[in-house]
Write a protein that binds this ligand. Structure first.
Ligand code: ZN
Length: 178
């Protein structure tokens, strides 16, 4: 297993739509294991594949924070089929947008369809923190950040900070290419 570098806001891969996973092989399991290790090292509760520079539709969630004792879980090809309940506000952060925390409005319940690492399909109703994290991660796989969901005013107030993060991300990319 390996801890991978986390891509930051401004890195073009974070705006790309993930590609559907078709092969449920050892490489996929390895990718998920690396993502779980990376998420844990960064003390995150969720991580999407494009955040570590990969293009497949895979995210991992530390469901242990929600269901005590449960191991981190991989969600392959996740699709939110339904959102329901009230719109609720919750302060979100993101490993790709360091030091930015903002209240985001989302529906409190979702019905999600996903595959596990063996390819078996599941449909699950979630609420609370799990629904929140899965919406955030599914957004990533569609090239969307939580800051995109803020009001134009909030985004404007953040624009300098985001610009600075993006400049740093581009610098890191250039360095890694050398
Ligand atoms: Zn995020």
């Amino acid at each position: 297993m390996a801890v991978l570098a986390i891509r930051k806001y401004g890195d073009p891969i974070l705006r790309k739509k993930a590609i559907k996973v078709a092969e449920f092989d050892a490489a996929l399991q390895q990718a998920a294991a690396n993502m779980i290790e990376t998420m844990q090292a960064a003390k995150g509760i969720g991580l999407a594949a494009n955040q570590v520079g990969q293009t497949h539709a895979l995210c991992v969630v530390d469901v242990g924070l929600i269901t005590e004792g449960a191991p981190p879980q991989a969600f392959v090809n996740p699709v939110i089929l339904q959102e329901s309940g009230k719109e609720v506000g919750y302060e979100e952060g993101c490993l790709s947008i360091p030091d930015v925390n903002e209240e985001v409005m989302r529906k409190e319940r979702i019905l999600i369809r996903y595959q596990d690492l063996t390819g078996a399909e599941h449909e699950q109703e979630c609420e609370g923190t799990l629904a929140r994290v899965l919406q955030h991660e599914t957004d990533h796989l569609n090239g969307v950040f939580f800051v995109d969901r803020l009001s134009p005013l909030r985004r404007k107030l953040l624009s300098k900070k985001l610009k600075a993060i993006a400049e740093e991300a581009m610098q890191e990319l250039r360095q890694n290419r050398r």
